[in-house]
Write a protein of this length. Structure first.
Lengths: 270, 335
């Protein structure tokens, strides 16, 4: 009985309600994201069968397509802090990447004011290099000029709170918490129109988490809108004024954090 | 005007927000997808919002790439620094690798197969060829993975993707500059006197750089969507090495092979290929005795024609490669 209600929820997404009194900053319109994954399954049989497959012009069996986001629509306004919740694999991160314009839509569209930025500079860093060099590299990767990097450098070092001397060591010698702190410090050095944060608060000790929460609060004020993907529902409830609940790539609920989180908790605790 | 459009829109498909919040949405009829899509896009357009994954126009794209020049160069230096951190000799490998390469070719082709007959300065001739050709070879090999090997980066940050093959070519350019210092030292050690023609190496390397960037873009796009390119490329590059006269003079083939003697167009074709063009120009710049020798076995290609080829290859491949890479800009990171 409860499950069928779940299914009905999943099948019929909440209608998009436009608030004409506010300035929209992100409009997501019936968005579908489909991507290919290579090497998901092991190839069966020998080289001869593989050759036969090539000759018959069939697609590789290890290429699988993933339909990660299935028709999501919503409007985000200036000043919104939107939490995105859902179980693992529900399409949260994919949705953020699509908003950032990093995954092209299969159909539908994402319309934004300015360039949304994902707080994910970690991918540009090299673990064999010192923290110093990674700060410069990361800032340049985000599109900052060398002068800006110079101006922000000390601020980043201070915010990361690394033990003295560690900034001169290669990043591979850092503990995972230290690495996460440096990454977050670099990523948050720049202000953005739309900021997308994916699990940035999951690592680090209590002290750093407190500091990064304050930082996010500040980023939210500077930015037009903030999207936050997190599994810690208390963090979402504290920081956000609106929550999207995704399940299997579909939007289940969109609204007040308390209500949505309560409904989400009820659903997953069944 | 504006208010008018609003009313029309809201009347069309969007009911006012119910006071009860989204819980009430369960009972509300779902908006028809087609109609809702239409008006959402129109609503976005009316507020000046744009598609975030759309490809920028070419001029703007080039400007964006130019803005990232510091990133490209820093990325290249960082990559080069990180490359050898786990080996004991560290950065010395940057010098050692080209030297060992030249050594291998010298032992096999110079000493054992005696391909050096007729070339006075075979060692400088060989290492110039190997170092210059390696620049193109390595640019291609590494650029094949420039986009495909950085999917996490491509999926995390917004930047013109052309910076990736450009950065990889820059790594190889930096490596070449180190190699050229080694080359000058070796050529001097072999008894070749410094000459003013050495300065010609600068335009040769610049033209080759343009050519390499263009070709790297092509390979990077191929590699981003078809991973098999990285498997195939070593064979293509080895064939290219042999037909470019890096190890033995192309002209000597006429004496070695009857097929080539009877079909002179093979030689013409080999001498027009960019691999040969840049290698040959670098040799003519570095080794004065090579320019003045008259041995028909090593008959030197016409320098005027070589420069025409060098400029043509550089311009056509650079412009074509860049444009072709740019055409798929919004699709990188999808597969």
């Amino acid at each position: 009985m409860a499950e069928t209600q779940e299914q009905i929820r999943a099948m019929t997404p909440p209608p998009v309600i436009i608030d004409y009194t506010r300035q929209p900053i992100v409009v997501v319109d019936d968005l579908h994201i489909v991507y290919k994954v290579y090497g998901a399954a092991r190839e069966k049989g020998s080289g001869a069968t593989a050759l036969a497959r090539v000759l018959r012009r069939k697609d590789r069996p290890q290429t699988t397509t993933v339909h990660a986001v299935k028709g999501v629509s919503f409007v985000a306004y200036k000043g919104d802090a939107i939490g995105v919740i859902g179980t693992n694999g529900s399409g949260k991160s994919t949705l953020l990447k699509a908003i950032a314009g990093l995954l092209p839509p299969h159909s539908g569209g994402v319309f934004t004011d300015g360039q949304p930025a994902l707080l994910g500079v970690g991918a540009a860093l090299m673990k064999d290099l010192t923290g110093e060099r990674n700060i410069v590299l990361g800032c340049l990767a985000m599109g900052m000029s060398p002068e800006e990097v110079k101006a922000k450098y000390q601020q980043i070092v201070n915010f990361s709170g690394l033990k003295k001397g560690f900034i001169k060591y290669p990043m591979r010698t850092y503990s995972s918490g230290m690495g996460a702190r440096l990454r977050f410090a670099i990523a948050s050095a720049r202000t953005h129109d739309v900021l997308l944060i994916d699990e940035a608060l999951a690592t680090g000790d209590a002290k750093f988490r407190r500091r990064s929460k304050a930082k996010i609060e500040q980023l939210r004020k500077d930015a037009g809108a903030v999207f936050l993907v997190a599994h810690q529902l208390d963090v979402v409830e504290e920081t956000c004024n609106r929550v999207l609940w995704l399940d299997d790539g579909r939007l289940v609920m969109d609204g007040d954090p308390k209500e949505v989180i309560a409904a989400y908790n009820e659903a997953i605790n069944k | 005007m504006r208010g008018c459009a609003c009313n029309k829109l809201s009347a069309m498909s969007h009911p006012e927000r119910p006071g009860s919040g989204p819980a009430g949405s369960l009972t509300a009829p779902p908006a028809p997808q087609g109609k809702s899509g239409e008006s959402l896009a129109a609503f976005a357009a009316r507020h000046g919002l744009t598609q975030s994954s759309a490809r920028p126009p070419l001029g703007q794209y080039i400007r964006k790439v130019w803005d990232r020049r510091h990133f490209i160069w820093t990325f290249a230096s960082s990559k080069r620094a990180a490359m050898y951190t786990s080996s004991k000799l560290g950065q010395i490998w940057q010098v050692l690798t080209p030297l060992l390469n030249a050594g291998v070719y010298f032992v096999i082709f110079g000493l054992l197969l005696e391909l050096h007959k007729g070339i006075d300065d075979y060692v400088p001739w060989l290492i110039t060829g190997v170092f210059v050709f390696t620049f193109t070879q390595r640019s291609l090999t590494t650029s094949a993975k420039a986009v495909g090997g950085h999917l996490p980066l491509v999926r995390a940050l917004h930047f013109p993707r052309a910076t990736l093959p450009l950065a990889y070519t820059s790594v190889e350019l930096q490596q070449l500059l180190i190699s050229l210092v080694v080359l000058v030292a070796l050529v001097l050690a072999c008894g070749v006197a410094p000459a003013a023609t050495w300065l010609l190496l600068i335009p040769v390397v610049l033209l080759q750089l343009l050519f390499n960037v263009g070709l790297s873009m092509i390979v990077a796009r191929l590699g981003a969507f078809t991973r098999d390119i990285t498997q195939l490329l070593p064979f293509v590059l080895r064939t290219w090495l042999y037909v470019s006269g890096v190890i033995f003079p192309v002209a000597s083939l006429a004496n070695r092979s009857e097929t080539v003697r009877d079909n002179q167009w093979i030689l013409t074709l080999m001498e027009a290929n960019p691999g040969f063009v840049y290698v040959e120009l670098a040799r003519q710049a570095m080794i004065p005795s090579y320019v003045t020798q008259t041995n028909p076995q090593v008959a030197m290609a016409n320098p005027g024609l070589l420069w025409v080829y060098a400029v043509a290859w550089a311009v056509v491949v650079f412009a074509g490669g860049f444009y072709w890479f740019y055409r798929a800009e919004e699709r990188y990171g999808r597969g």
